[in-house]
Design a protein around this ligand. Structure first.
Ligand SMILES: Cc1cc2nc3c(=O)[nH]c(=O)nc-3n(C[C@H](O)[C@H](O)[C@H](O)COP(=O)(O)OP(=O)(O)OC[C@H]3O[C@@H](n4cnc5c(N)ncnc54)[C@H](O)[C@@H]3O)c2cc1C
Length: 416
């Protein structure tokens, strides 16, 4: 097969789809290729939080100590599988270097405009498309069992308000069951970020890609990018598992796999797969009404129209494809102390996804130095669903030579 388009987007996750959306809106003929099926990567069964409240990066003071303690605890949410890959240890070293108060605040300041832009962009999506994706502006509730956990988070909440103007409503433990009847009595309290929203990611992707296909975007599944042919500063051709393809511009939106393509693109994209799991179950009686996070147990719970999901974990284990039963049990057990609702209703799906993790917790959006027709949209860490629309808009602006609506220097692919 040989084919040509204005722009080829490589990767049909939420980021690739958002890029296709904004490029098509700009008038480009767009083809999206994916090595598997559209939306089957990390975007499929994540927690579905669209969370502008997540301004602070993973690189925070104390992250290294927490990480080391986790390594000694086999049931910790964070795990590193020992492996002989120097790239992983370089990544961890670079991550650790950035765990300072100053760097943390700096990262947050860089991320804030992208978060704010994304929630605005979500609201501009076609309302039928949003509701088909179960879009709900129902906030995000952080719940704590212990007074110590609540007090520690109060400090974080203060930082968010003081530095970024992101504020939450504090809810006393005694009031939590009234706020959401799925919560147990006796919890310490919570913080409710009312500007956050949620979607059901698989439904959003299915409906968004159908909507784009109807508008003329071409989707090619089971088509893996294997190599690129360069002529000078141009990519002239893609070599894929189904033949060669050409376009005027190319967008690399390959999520956790992006690091593997760096050599082809003559750049460094130090992106590690950060594996997480989720379990989706039928709705219990007294299902949570709000999306929730239980930071002391590091799990998130999201109610959907006909099911609910618990998700968590961060494993650096390479491209490991297993779903150990103990990890799924752990998800259910971690949420149980907070919920009146049972966490043992019928399982609809158990899942893992590889988050595209960068060592500075910031995404990679921009043009690759030395390649004038290649754009990168990857490295969205734990926030790809949240940040996809603003990223797509940036990619369309860059492709068409317009000024970007927010500054993107901090996201440059040439920063590594
Ligand atoms: C448990 C869990 C919970 C999460 N919860 C949230 C949340 O609540 N909110 C949030 O914002 N984020 C969340 N995330 C993070 C979010 O899921 C990711 O950041 C996001 O899905 C990344 O999107 P992507 O499009 O970059 O990658 P992907 O969805 O992985 O898409 C990349 C695509 O590229 C394709 N591809 C790769 N290489 C090639 C190639 N060579 N040729 C062709 N195609 C290729 C892949 O097949 C894949 O379909 C969560 C992640 C996990 C694991």
């Amino acid at each position: 097969m040989s084919s040509s388009s204005d722009v080829i987007v490589i990767g049909g996750g939420i980021v690739g789809i958002a890029c296709a959306h904004y490029l098509a809106k700009e008038g480009y003929g767009v083809t999206v290729i994916d090595q598997a099926t559209i939306g089957a990567g990390c975007s499929h069964a994540n927690c579905g939080f669209v969370c502008p409240s997540h301004v602070l990066p993973l690189n925070e003071p104390g992250a290294i100590g927490d990480g080391i303690r986790s390594l000694l605890n086999p049931s910790a949410a964070f795990r590193i599988k020992p492996q002989l890959r120097p790239n992983l240890y370089r990544w961890l070293f670079q991550f650790a270097r950035r765990c300072t108060h100053r760097k943390m605040l700096e990262s947050g300041a860089n991320l804030l405009p992208l978060l704010e832009s994304s929630i605005v962009e979500y609201r501009t999506l076609d309302s039928e498309l949003r509701s088909a994706g179960e879009w709900k502006e129902n906030g995000l509730l952080y719940v704590f069992r212990s007074e110590a956990g609540l007090d520690k988070f109060a400090h974080t909440d203060g930082l968010l308000t003081e530095n970024y103007g992101v504020s939450a409503r504090r809810i006393d433990g005694a009031d939590l069951p009234e706020f959401d009847s799925a919560l147990k009595h006796g919890l310490a309290g919570g913080f409710f970020y009312q500007d956050d929203a949620s979607v059901r990611p698989d439904k959003l992707i299915r409906n968004w890609s159908t909507h784009l296909a109807e508008a003329g975007v071409r989707f090619v599944e089971h088509c893996q990018l294997e190599g690129v042919h360069r002529s000078g500063t141009h990519i002239s051709e893609l070599h894929t598992s189904t033949g060669t393809m050409t376009a005027q511009q190319y967008v690399i939106a390959t999520g956790a796999w992006s690091g593997e393509l760096s050599a082809q693109l003559n750049c460094r994209l130090p992106i590690e797969p950060g594996k997480g799991y989720s379990v989706t179950m039928s709705r219990p009686e007294r299902c949570p009404e709000h999306p929730m996070l239980f930071p002391e147990h590091r799990v998130g719970v999201t109610p959907f129209e006909d099911s609910y999901r618990i998700g968590s974990m961060m494993e650096f284990a390479g491209f490991d494809t297993t779903i150990p039963a103990r990890r799924i049990r752990q998800l259910r057990d971690s949420a149980a102390p907070y919920l009146e609702a049972t966490t043992a209703t019928a399982t609809e799906e158990t899942w893992y996804g590889w988050r595209p993790m960068t060592w500075d917790s910031l995404p990679v959006v921009g043009r690759i130095r030395g390649l004038d027709n290649a754009l990168v949209a990857t490295g969205h860490n734990m926030l790809g669903l949240t940040l996809a629309p603003a990223t797509g808009r940036l990619i369309a602006e860059l492709a068409s030579g317009q000024p970007t609506h927010i500054g993107i220097d901090a996201f440059s692919p040439n920063r590594f």
